[in-house]
Design a protein around this ligand. Structure first.
Ligand code: GDP
Ligand code: IMO
Ligand code: MG
Length: 423
């Protein structure tokens, strides 16, 4: 199957977890290379539902190695909770199925406090973050004052670094009138969880590159989505990492010439959680999805904003990521609609444009230009092969993939592992 980078082609929550779980069957190693526990990747197997936040969605398949790469930011307490929750669901974690990069940066409780504080002070301009401290943790990394997973294994060095960070952070918290961080308690908590993680922590750059040299196949699991990329997304309404395909290389230490293919995951419609421009947002689509109990965020429970499929966005995502193949999920969400809209261009100040403007103020002014397609108005969730899908649904799929500019490879017609169609 070769080495594959999988990315979200929209605003996150495209159904990446489900597609990764499906593809993991054919690979040896699954690598997370960016983001943190802001991600929530859902995998449904039979009656069991798993929501993975930091651990790659490949963990549910036996005999696969999962790696949390250097580009991820890790809240170790949350990671340990996730490991314990998985164990309670019968998935045992050890160094045979999970390794953690010693170079990944740590998220501390003060990052979450700063995240919340920044959001509160922005008022109506807020980003709508997950409040997991992701932005402030990446901020420390880029400012070169971050503390890394490997530091946890050297208690004296860790204590000295944390002392400095807490001192600086407390002066900031004081300005906001917030309670100072208690160093002793925090130090004890992190060193304790660090000891538990010790067997899993290693130089994962070596692990992954050795696996590649040995002919093993790697799947790079993207978190978030293209338009949440800190460079290429709807800045500042983005997350703080590179969610596009290039992030897989920098976030894992694997060179670009070892990547063979890029798979893009997109919903058959669009969703976005959090603030920021969303040209095809539509109340009718949102009401439909929410009335079916769908489109509530897996981590925060927030209702996702919903809209029609936006081919202007996905075409740009195809170019940015070099998407070769597409997995289209949630086709079944559109089953009941008599007519479907697809955005093929935007109008900005009366002029037709085919590429999303990089400036959010301009993007917010864009009016979608739609084509209308017939709906299939019959259930698709029992289809198990492409031929079993209604012809009108197949036409819709082909149309959105042609507009995006890549080949259709997988279709999702339900939450469960079985409801996946290989094209
Ligand atoms: P991720 O963050 O990209 O992994 O996506 P999430 O798990 O946050 O959100 C996707 C949601 O859609 C989850 O509830 C999935 O279980 C669900 N899902 C994924 N594919 C399909 C599909 O083809 N049909 C239906 N009905 N649900 C799907
Ligand atoms: P997965 O991997 C959807 C959004 C937040 C907010 C913005 C910044 O499940 O697709 P952050 O906490 O990262 O600073 O928030 O990014 N966001 C996501 N939206 N899916 C995600 O992950 C997201 N991770 C962050 O809602 O708008
Ligand atoms: Mg998600």
């Amino acid at each position: 199957m070769a080495n594959i980078v999988l990315v979200g082609a929209q605003w996150g929550d495209e159904g990446k977890g489900k597609v990764i779980d499906y593809l993991t069957d054919k690979v040896d190693v699954v690598v997370r290379s960016q983001g943190g526990n802001n991600a929530g990747h859902t995998v449904v197997i039979g009656e069991k539902k798993f929501i993975l936040r930091l651990i790659p969605s490949g963990i549910l398949r036996k005999g696969k190695l999962c790696v949390i790469g250097n580009g991820v930011v890790i809240d170790p307490v949350s990671l340990w909770e996730e490991i314990s929750e998985l164990a309670a669901q019968g998935v045992k974690i050890n160094s045979k199925n999970l390794l953690i990069s010693e170079c990944a940066h740590l998220v501390f409780p003060y990052h979450k406090i700063i995240d919340e504080q920044r959001e509160a002070s922005k008022g109506s301009q807020k980003i709508g973050t997950t409040k997991r401290g992701i932005g402030p943790a990446y901020g420390d990394k880029i400012a070169r004052v971050g503390i890394r997973v490997g530091d946890l294994l050297q208690p004296e060095i860790f204590a000295a670094k944390l002392k400095t960070r807490v001192k600086d952070t407390n002066s900031l918290l004081m300005v906001f009138g917030l309670k100072p961080v208690r160093l002793k308690k925090l130090l004890a908590e992190y060193l304790e969880v660090g000891e538990k993680m010790r067997p899993l922590i290693t130089n994962t750059v070596l692990t992954i590159n050795k696996a590649i040299a040995a002919g093993k196949e790697i799947l790079f699991e993207g978190a978030q989505g293209t338009f949440l990329d800190v460079d290429h997304g709807t800045y500042p309404y983005v997350t703080s990492s590179n969610t596009t395909a290039g992030g897989a290389c920098t976030g894992s230490g694997v060179p670009p010439n070892r990547i063979d293919r890029v798979v893009g995951v997109m919903k058959a419609y669009s969703t976005r959680v959090g603030e920021g421009p969303f040209p095809t947002e539509d109340a009718e689509v949102a009401d439909l999805m929410h009335s079916m109990g769908r489109e509530y965020a897996s981590v925060t429970g927030r209702a996702r904003r919903c809209g029609w499929f936006d081919a202007v966005a996905t075409r740009y995502a195809q170019m940015l990521n070099g998407i070769d193949e597409l997995a289209v999920t949630n086709l079944d969400g559109l089953d009941s609609l008599p007519r479907l809209k697809v955005c093929v261009a935007y109008k900005l100040d009366g002029k037709r444009i085919e590429v999303p403007p990089t400036c959010v103020r301009q993007l917010a002014k864009c009016v979608p230009v739609y084509i209308e397609l017939a709906g299939w108005q019959q259930p698709t969730s029992d289809a198990r092969s492409y031929d079993e899908l209604p012809p009108i649904a197949r036409e819709y799929l082909q149309r959105i993939c042609d507009l995006t500019g890549a080949a259709l490879k997988l279709v999702g017609v339900g939450q469960s592992r079985a409801q996946t169609i290989l094209v």
